[in-house]
Structure formats: C-alpha cells, structure tokens
Design a protein around this ligand. Structure first.
Ligand code: HEC
Ligand code: HEC
Length: 224
C-alpha cells in the first residue's frame, strides 16, 4: 500500500494535473470511470428530466429549479441525498432512485456543461431592496457575489426561480423537513419572517436580469 502510494507520487504529473490541481484532478479521475474526461457527455439521460427542468436544464416553470451549469459535485451530492431519502423532496426522491452511480455521473457532467439561463423575474423595487439588505446581513457570507457564487457545497441562487427559492426556504426552516444545511444558515433562517424570505427570494430572482443594478445594491444597499 505504502509502496504503491510512493510509486504513484513519483510518477510525473500530466499537464492536466498540473493545470487543474488536486481537487479538479480527483474529480476528473472519478469522472473518467464513466468515459474519457475529454468526451462530450451524452444528453440522452437528460431527456427524462426535460419535461420538468426544461431543455438543457433551463427550467421554464417557476416551481422547478434550473439545473444547468450546476457544479457537478453538488449535483452528485443532491442526487445521492434524494436517492437515500436524506433530503426532503416532493418528486426527486422517486426519480433519483431510478439511476445508478454511473448514470448520475454522466448527467452531472452533462448538466455542468450547459449554460445557465437566469429566470429574470421582475419584482417591486421596494421588495428587491429589502431582499438585498437581508442578503447582505444574513446570507452573503456564504452565498457570495449576490448569490452568483457556487461550489461543491453552495448552490447558485442568482437567477433561480423565486417561487422555487421561497418554497425551499420555507422547507429549510421547518424542523420536520430533512434538509442538510449548515447550522449557521438554519439559525439565520429561524430569525426571518415569511415576508423576509419572500423578499430575499425576489432579490435573487432578478439579480442576473439587471447585473449592474444588482452590483450597485451589493455595494451600497440602494436599489434606485
Ligand atoms: C416531474 C417533474 C420532474 C422531473 C421529471 C425531474 N425533476 Fe428534478 N426536480 C423537480 C422538482 C419539483 C424539484 C424540487 C425538489 C422536489 O420537490 O422534488 C427538483 C429538484 C431537482 C434538483 C435539485 C436542484 C437544486 O437546486 O436543489 C436536481 C439536481 C434535479 N431535480 C435533477 C433532476 C434530474 C437529473 C432529472 C432527470 C433524471 C430530474 N430532476 C427530473 C421536478 C422534476
Ligand atoms: C454558513 C453558510 C450559509 C449561510 C449563512 C446561508 N446559506 Fe444558504 N446554503 C448554504 C449551503 C451549504 C446550502 C446547501 C445545503 C444543502 O445541501 O441543502 C445552502 C442552500 C440554500 C438554498 C437552497 C437552494 C436550492 O437550489 O435549493 C437557499 C434558497 C439558500 N441557501 C438561501 C439562503 C438565504 C436566503 C440565506 C440567508 C438568510 C442563506 N442561505 C444563508 C450555506 C449558507
């Protein structure tokens, strides 16, 4: 075992490993078990999702989230939680249960490569301003860059459907619903009213629709 590790370490790094660094290299290695990392993932499995999540993961329905461009590690984490019943869902538990690991990985790669199409839902300026303030005070620490940021643990919020975000936030706040989340987020949500959650959802819903405005709001809390 020890020998093997040493041998592996001595091997010169490929150029991809040099560029990508440890985390991405590990991800590529895990994805390589489906097919070579340079291959385009097949869209075939995603056709089963398109009826609800839209073509290429750009949802057209306000209660179904867009999943295009999602960090593939977060996608895997979500789908496995759905599958194992560790994440509350109305529908996805049953759907995720129908797929094996390799199929999930293929879909993770496919959706990660699709372009994010923001929902662009206009909202009252006052509501958006209130939402921006809540975001700055309670959420920006993790959901950086007006909620545009995403990584293996943090979902993108900017440009997601506000009606979906609100329904999720109400679920995350309910103790009897099982939603994996950091304690800090749970504590912050517990302090907010339903109206606050509606405001912050409306804020995220329009962030990408008016990029310059959203950046101004982030800078000085003024929506005008
Ligand atoms: C019948 C409609 C429907 C179909 C078909 C469907 N989904 Fe979903 N999906 C939903 C809904 C609704 C949610 C919100 C969670 C819930 O209540 O189930 C969701 C949530 C998700 C999420 C979580 C998104 C987030 O930001 O948290 C992912 C990932 C996802 N679906 C992937 C898929 C994939 C992959 C397929 C195809 C294999 C698929 N879905 C098929 C309706 C659907
Ligand atoms: C300590 C870091 C942290 C803070 C603070 C935080 N979040 Fe989160 N948020 C997360 C993580 C991590 C997840 C993913 C949890 C999971 O796997 O379900 C998440 C998930 C979400 C989701 C689900 C998105 C989806 O696609 O289903 C919403 C909505 C959300 N957060 C909104 C908020 C709002 C609004 C606030 C402020 C009131 C907030 N968060 C504060 C870390 C944080």
């Amino acid at each position: 075992m020890f020998q093997r590790t040493r041998l592996w370490r001595r091997k010169p790094l490929t150029s991809r490993q040099h560029i990508a660094g440890g985390a991405l290299a590990a991800l590529l290695a895990s994805l390589a078990s489906v097919s070579a990392a340079d291959d385009e993932p097949s869209p075939a499995l995603s056709w089963n999702c398109a009826g609800c999540h839209g073509t290429d993961g750009a949802s057209a329905g306000p209660m179904v989230p867009s999943i295009a461009g999602m960090d593939p590690r977060y996608f895997m984490h979500l789908m496995q939680d759905f599958k194992q019943g560790e994440r509350y869902s109305t529908i996805m538990g049953r759907i995720a249960g129908g797929y094996g690991l390799l199929e999930l990985r293929e879909m993770a790669r496919f959706f990660a490569g699709r372009e994010w199409v923001p929902a662009r839902v206009a909202a009252e300026a006052d509501l958006v301003a209130a939402g921006a303030t809540i975001h700055e005070e309670h959420c920006a620490e993790c959901h950086e860059d007006a909620g545009r940021y995403q990584d293996k643990e943090i979902p993108r919020l900017a440009g997601q459907w506000p009606a979906y975000l609100l329904s999720q936030l109400l679920d995350y706040r309910t103790e009897r619903v099982q939603m994996p989340q950091p304690d800090k987020m749970r504590n912050r949500l517990a302090k907010l009213s339903d109206a606050d959650l509606a405001a912050v959802s409306a804020y995220y819903g329009q962030v990408d629709a008016t990029k310059a405005l959203a950046q101004d709001e982030t800078a000085n809390g003024d929506s005008h």
